[in-house]
Write a protein that binds this ligand. Sequence first.
Ligand SMILES: Nc1ncnc2c1ncn2[C@@H]1O[C@H](COP(=O)(O)OP(=O)(O)OP(=O)(O)O)[C@@H](O)[C@H]1O
Ligand SMILES: [Mg+2]
Length: 202
Amino acid sequence: MNTILIANPKGGAGKTTLSTNLAGNLARRGENVFLWDLDRQKSALHWLSLRPASLPRIQRLDSNKQKSGDGVLVLDSPAGLHGGKLGDLLKLVDKVIVPIVPSSFDLAATQVFLYELLNEKAVRKGKAFVAIVGMRVDARTRAAEKLDEFLAPIDLPVLTHLRDTQNYVNAAFEGKSIFDLAPSLVAQDVAQWQPIETWLAQ
Ligand SMILES: Nc1ncnc2c1ncn2[C@@H]1O[C@H](COP(=O)(O)OP(=O)(O)OP(=O)(O)O)[C@@H](O)[C@H]1O
Ligand SMILES: [Mg+2]
């Protein structure tokens, strides 16, 4: 099973937003999707419990032992993930996406994690591939510039920037992803996801 971990030890970086929308994106594209919520707060599972049965199905997974057959598994992880727990998880995954909010506090907190990730055996040996997604980024702001400056020396692909929009917030209230909203409302957001789809297909 193709397994994608969403991780950043900084709280509020956008892990659950990215996980749930990725699951929704893959389900809409006809994939057999599983969502595993590793966070004790269980926000991703709460979202899944709200999801209307009429929408493309996302199945809940609670342990690695249940992993079988074809499909894609999206793993939402808790704040504070690092060290041995991170190393153990990386043994299970094919790809890691790190969401980053362009604020001074978030960048500082994420920097150590990115270097930790790059030093992990699974990543060094090319068994797990890592990429970054800018979250809540307004391209015209100083914060967006700072994000680019911060990421430039780090040898990891920056796939895309997702804008700050109530579309993510409103969709989440109903167990939906942006891909389940009216296409005319989310055209700009859907377009911003294109590089993520391309990277995952590689
Ligand atoms: N692109 C976006 N536009 C608007 N709001 C967003 C966007 N991305 C995330 N948010 C909001 O930011 C907040 C934090 O996001 P989220 O809960 O996904 O982060 P998290 O990393 O999972 O947090 P935690 O570390 O607590 O698990 C949420 O209120 C979410 O709705
Ligand atoms: Mg979360």
